[in-house]
Write a protein that binds this ligand. Structure first.
Ligand code: GLU
Length: 500
């Protein structure tokens, strides 16, 4: 197999990755990052690594881990190495890789590339204050960088527990960001940073580049919030090359734009529109949501904002990602989803609707033959009328509820089933009661003859009450087709119930 290459670490086959931390519910920003990294990797025919960064036992949870896997499967972003599928560089959960980090840390210490620092929190704070007051950079001042063995022994004798800091080489770091172009961090911008806590817990600063190095990741695409960690990670890569960790190259980095929510704030994990599972439950299609997420920083071309995942993969150039913040617009997201709903083949639409009907207890699991038949006949009636699958469920639920569970929307009842409305319902019932053949055409013929021709009603006045009485809502599929599917017995029963 041949691979195309992009600016980056030489001519290596592309290895991309997605490495979320399992905290809380999976969110939109996360999915956007996963999508871009995945599309980039697939575009270049590369290998996609999925890794779980769960080194913080106080924040990570198994539930969140399971949800992440669920959501990735639902979105259809597949991985070549990672949980469940395994791979040559596993395990793919950082909580199972603690021995590896301890080993890398020891090698960094042995090579003099990292050191133990014994400063207490109070000492650090005091020096930071002083630096601030004197207008100097307030990061770590490197006081414990070159301790003698005696000084270390003395601190240990005091019972101090050291953190481990990486010895940041004293120089500028410049790299060519795949999205933003050349970026330079000056020497003063990055101080020696903690890689292992005093309690022995390795930090993201160490575990993330260690795993990227060991897993051969060539291209790191991630959110802009991580930009400031990049010079540190590049320095660590260079250190890894000295101690034989990884394959001796530095990956290319691309930082994706912020996603803004309403009111020009960064979309936060806690915003309700961030919750990915909410989209699934409301009946967004994965392809619709992915299409919209792709537009948060990228576009296929100026003419078209509706496209498939395969089209995105084909066209995805990371150099065309816009570095400016992208705005998350739920209305646009919903409209794009509607376009994808309309693109579904009829049988596919039924397949996608079934789980939502099941979730509402309207259809059995597995569905009965009758239910599949009814849904197959009914779905085309609402296909063009919904942006979300949940809207289809709402419009068709009247066909699937039992007569006992059938309810009429109270606001619609008040508007449509007043005294005049009930007169219309009574007339409709009489017109339908003796119909020998129950079809869309005969139902329409009978109702028009009686309500429009005979009683002289306007169509809206004539059909509104019948619609509310039989479907429970003013928003429903076309009336005559609906009544045909509801069948005669149930139609008459509902009209009777409305008449009370
Ligand atoms: N676990 C990190 C996060 O979720 C990954 C950052 C990265 O992609 O390097 O923020």
């Amino acid at each position: 197999m041949t691979y195309s290459t992009v600016p980056g670490p030489g001519d290596r086959p592309v290895v991309g990755r997605f490495c979320p931390s399992p905290t809380g519910n999976p969110h939109v920003g996360m999915a956007r990052t996963a999508l871009f990294s995945w599309a980039f990797t697939r575009h270049h025919g590369g290998k996609f690594v999925f890794r779980i960064e769960d080194t913080d036992a106080s924040r990570d949870s198994q539930e969140s881990y399971d949800l992440l896997l669920d959501v990735m499967r639902w979105l259809g972003l597949d991985w070549d190495e990672g949980p469940v599928v395994g791979g040559p560089n596993g395990p793919y959960r950082q909580s199972e890789r603690m021995g590896i980090y301890a080993d890398v840390t020891q090698r960094l210490l042995d090579a003099g590339l990292a050191y133990k620092a014994y400063d207490t929190a109070e000492e650090l704070e005091e020096r930071r204050e002083k630096a601030r007051a004197e207008g100097r950079p307030s990061g770590y001042d490197g006081l414990h960088r070159d301790l003698t063995d005696e000084q270390r022994a003395a601190f240990e004798a005091e019972g101090r527990e050291p953190v481990i800091r990486f010895k940041m080489p004293r120089r500028d770091y410049t790299f060519d960001d795949l999205v933003r172009g050349p970026i330079t961090f000056g020497e003063a911008d990055v101080q020696d940073f903690v890689i292992v806590r005093a309690n022995g817990q390795p930090l993201y600063t160490l575990t993330n580049p260690t795993d990227d190095a060991l897993m051969g990741v060539t291209h790191v695409l991630r959110g802009e919030d991580l930009l400031s960690s990049t010079p540190r990670q590049i320095a660590l890569y260079e250190a890894f090359a000295q101690i034989g960790v990884g394959q001796g190259f530095v990956p290319a980095f691309g930082h994706l734009p912020y996603v803004m929510g309403s009111g020009n704030r960064k979309l936060s994990k806690r915003d309700p529109e961030s919750n990915l599972l909410g989209y699934r439950d409301q009946g967004f299609l994965p392809e619709g949501l992915l299409n919209y997420l792709a537009l948060l920083g990228w576009s296929l071309d100026a003419e078209r904002d509706v496209f498939s995942l395969a089209e995105m993969v084909e066209a995805f150039e990371v150099g065309r990602v816009n570095p400016n913040p992208a705005r998350f617009d739920l209305d646009k997201c919903t409209a794009i989803n509607g376009s994808h709903v309309r693109l579904l083949q009829p049988a596919e639409l039924v397949d996608r609707l079934v789980p939502l009907f099941q979730a509402e207890g309207l259809v059995a699991d597995p569905p009965t033959e009758f239910q599949v038949g009814l849904l197959t006949a009914a779905a085309p009636l609402v296909h063009e009328r919904m942006a979300l699958l949940s809207e289809g469920v709402a419009m068709l639920r009247f066909l699937f509820v039992s007569d006992d569970e059938f309810t009429v929307d109270e606001a619609d009842r008040a508007k449509q089933l007043d005294e005049k409305g009930l007169d219309v319902v009574r007339a409709a019932r009489e017109a339908l009661a003796d119909l020998p053949v129950w079809s869309t055409a005969t139902i329409e013929g009978a109702l028009r003859a009686r309500l429009i021709d005979e009683l002289g009603l306007k169509p809206r006045v004539a059909f509104g009450p019948v619609r509310v009485a039989t479907t429970g809502s003013r928003i429903s599929p076309p009336l005559f087709e609906s009544l045909e599917l509801l069948e005669k017995r149930r139609t008459l029963a509902r009209l009777d119930a409305a008449l009370g």
